[in-house]
Design a protein around this ligand. Structure first.
Ligand code: HEC
Ligand code: HEC
Ligand code: HEC
Ligand code: HEC
Length: 365
């Protein structure tokens, strides 16, 4: 009797162990040191994870090679070109093919156009796409402290979908049942964007749309008077940090030396890149996406009626560099930034232009 009992108990324990271990990753894991010895600054990865990232980040080839062309500028050739007027019509048409592939591969051109009149702005997606073109050029031209020369295209975020996979909007307020129950403030309500932690689930409104300071560590023995060094903002900050780690597929020590989170001289160069990334996300959200609110139909808005916005995961999608650092800009130079018209090599300054080498004239009086 006791023998049977023991056997059943052992079998149950075995099943329990198998179930528990199924949650773990199979070896081998590799660990790469990213800071001084003894600081625990290391990144852990596995061949499985690397294989997954490789297949999730395949870069689509351009429609055909970009060839030199003497076609007229798009603004002179077409009727209603407001952003891409500075590239020639051939390059313009090729870019239309690419953005179709990146944003609406099944619907084609008509996702943004009335096929009867390509110049018309009646389809809202075209108005959004025009603003996205400006946004993409700004990211590539003004935020090289973050995106370096790698830059981004529509594909970095969209990956063949109308709406990027990772977006956020302001969450609906909690239902407090007429103040009968206490506010959870994001606790026990795990969401993926903060890596399923029990931390406020919307660190984005204050930090990636607003510009609240992300400075919570006290430097004095007594509580400081700075309002942003409160428990509530500490929780929001840790929520944001969980998001940073999860979006990039790294742990905290990719950027920090955990003996002193706030200290910049102990941090890695990646933390500085991340600092610029936070400012870049703020500009994308506040200046480009929020103002598109009246353009979007209600189905494209969050529960409080604001457009779906960008966070670190929108571009990164689990990789420390989006698309594993492969640049698509060389194949699509029109997205690198506004192009200044080329000056013919034999062009001379007008005869009455001041000589640049002459000493500057003093202002009168
Ligand atoms: C994701 C949205 C989108 C898709 C898909 C798209 N376009 Fe466009 N298209 C635009 C935008 C935005 C403009 C205006 C660009 C500007 O103002 O600089 C434009 C402008 C044009 C124009 C200039 C019309 C004029 O006279 O002003 C042509 C031609 C054009 N597109 C052709 C195409 C073709 C062909 C396809 C399919 C291969 C296509 N587009 C797919 C967004 C799109
Ligand atoms: C930094 C990330 C990012 C980049 C880069 C980006 N987009 Fe977007 N795009 C978004 C987000 C986020 C939305 C969703 C907004 C919403 O639905 O409220 C969006 C929405 C759109 C929509 C509306 C789709 C629909 O069905 O409502 C179009 C069209 C679009 N983008 C075109 C483009 C084009 C074209 C480019 C490249 C020139 C581009 N986007 C680059 C983030 C990006
Ligand atoms: C990709 C880089 C990166 C990762 C990963 C990261 N952080 Fe941060 N962290 C930053 C940056 C950048 C700031 C400063 C933000 C600012 O000033 O705008 C910061 C600020 C902080 C602060 C506030 C410091 C102060 O001045 O009061 C704390 C605490 C913190 N991080 C903890 C963490 C923890 C815990 C993790 C892991 C869950 C983590 N961080 C992961 C980049 C990172
Ligand atoms: C518009 C797209 C985009 C968004 C949004 C974005 N990044 Fe990046 N990020 C990039 C690109 C592109 C690179 C690669 C630059 C390069 O080649 O070095 C990069 C690189 C980085 C790196 C350097 C990685 C390394 O290993 O050297 C860090 C750290 C980083 N991003 C953090 C962030 C954080 C944190 C956020 C959110 C606040 C963020 N990024 C949002 C596009 C983006």
């Amino acid at each position: 009797m006791t023998g049977t009992f023991r056997r059943i108990a052992l079998a149950l324990a075995g099943v329990g162990l198998a179930v528990t271990l199924a949650g773990c990753e199979a070896p081998p894991q590799t660990s790469k040191q990213t800071g001084y010895r003894g600081t625990g600054m290391a990144q852990i990865t596995s061949p499985e994870l690397e294989a997954y990232l490789k297949q999730a980040n395949v870069v689509p080839p351009p429609p055909y090679p970009l060839e030199p062309s003497d076609a007229p500028l798009a603004k002179d050739f077409y009727q209603n070109v407001q952003v891409l007027g500075d590239i020639n019509a051939d390059e313009f048409n090729r870019l239309m093919l690419s953005i179709t592939e990146w944003v609406a591969p099944t619907e084609g051109c008509n996702y943004c156009h009335n096929p009867e009149n390509l110049a018309s702005d009646e389809v809202y997606t075209k108005v959004v796409a025009r603003r996205m073109l400006q946004m993409t050029r700004t990211i590539n031209a003004s935020w090289t402290d973050h995106v370096k020369q790698t830059g981004v295209t529509c594909y970095t975020c969209h990956r063949g979908k109308h709406i990027p996979t990772n977006v956020w909007a302001r969450p609906a307020p909690e239902d407090l049942r007429g103040n009968f129950i206490g506010a959870k403030r994001g606790h026990n309500d795990p969401v993926e964007s903060v890596a399923f932690s029990s931390l406020p689930k919307d660190p984005f409104t204050p930090y990636l749309l607003g510009a609240e300071p992300i400075r919570v560590q006290g430097h004095t023995a007594l509580p400081s008077d700075a309002a942003h060094r409160s428990i509530a903002s500490t929780e929001k900050t840790y929520g944001l940090m969980m998001h940073l780690s999860k979006s990039l597929g790294v742990n905290c020590t990719y950027c920090h030396n955990s003996r002193d989170w706030a200290n910049w001289s102990d941090s890695t160069p990646q933390r500085v890149t991340a600092w610029y990334g936070i400012r870049m996300a703020r500009q994308i959200n506040a200046e480009y996406i929020e103002p598109l609110k009246p353009v979007f139909p209600a189905t494209r808005l969050g529960p409080l009626g604001d457009p779906l916005k960008v966070n670190c995961a929108t571009c990164h999608q689990g990789a420390n560099k989006p698309l594993l650092g492969v640049s698509m800009l060389a194949d699509h130079p029109a997205l690198a930034g506004p192009r200044t018209p080329a000056v013919a090599p034999d062009a001379a300054p007008p005869a009455d232009a001041p000589d640049p080498k002459a000493p500057a004239k003093r202002a009168p009086g």
